[in-house]
Design a protein around this ligand. Sequence first.
Ligand code: CU
Length: 355
Amino acid sequence: MAPTAFLPRVAFAQGVAERPPNLLNTWSPSRGVVQFNFTHRFDMSDAPLRKITNTPSFQVTTGVLGSLGVGFTYGSNSELVAAYPNEWEWFARWSPLSQGGGAPLDASLQGGWNLAAESFDAELSAARSMGRLRVVVAGRAFHHAFYQDTTRYAVAGGAVVRLSPWLSVAGDYATLVDRGDGERPVWGAGLQLTVPYTPHSMSIHASNVGTGSLEGISRGSHTRWGFEYTVPITLRRYAPRRAPQGGVVADARQAGAPAVMPQTNGPDPDTVVVTIRQFRYERDTIRVKVGDVVLWRNGDPIEHTVTADSGEFESPLIKTGQTWSHRFTVAGRFAYHCMPHPFMKAVVLVQEVKP
Ligand code: CU
């Protein structure tokens, strides 16, 4: 058994399936992916008018380098600063630690500028997945909070419990550290859905938050009902590249793949099989030695790819039941993902052969 076999998976982390409604989680998109999350939350005024008001919030993020992403949050009906309904927040987000990469937890640091508050805002967040449970915590600082000349702090926490590969329940809580009269803590509770056989996810929730900026998710107001939908857009899908190295074969037997996972201690090259099933690489970290072949078998009813984050290898779309293999000739750590579903991530660790 590989030492990392019990690591919880990090798939779906870019959507809402593994985070509560009002926490950003601890991810940054891969380079070449534009993540578009849109949230609409509604409330109704008192009788007799009963006017429905939408409080939309859009977040667009893209990966630029390694685990660094940049993006913005925009709310068109913001209550953050009086008479400033168009709230923009521009930020950079760095996610250096991930459980899928072998760390004990996921962690992100975000820093940005809120144009409505004219405030530098920052968040440090950490999360850990333990089986079906994922816990996310965050600490925040705002140097000119809510357009007032004071530095303020907030803390937040939440949890997600996965009920099935497609369905989770989630809740969160946040509060300003020095909450004043009339300032409410934030809460959110929702059903988090992965839309089957797509890279999209959806949250249906209730919360007392308006816009999704760091300041917006730190001070509560009244209850709203709404949803969030997340759309990762993989830019390279619109510009197909040259035929990649490696080969697709009709089925695993033709590739000479052993039925049982071999131990990779001996001197002879081995073939290590990774099955893709239910939108995940079933072993998210594998260790092989230089010269070994890794063979991916697609057990899903739709197509996936095996695409190195840094470009060392790239499969074409692997159809249902087909396989693709790659021989690793140099030692190193090779993180990879699926192009159509960038939340699918895993790692191959290639070690030198010891005589
Ligand atoms: Cu995929």
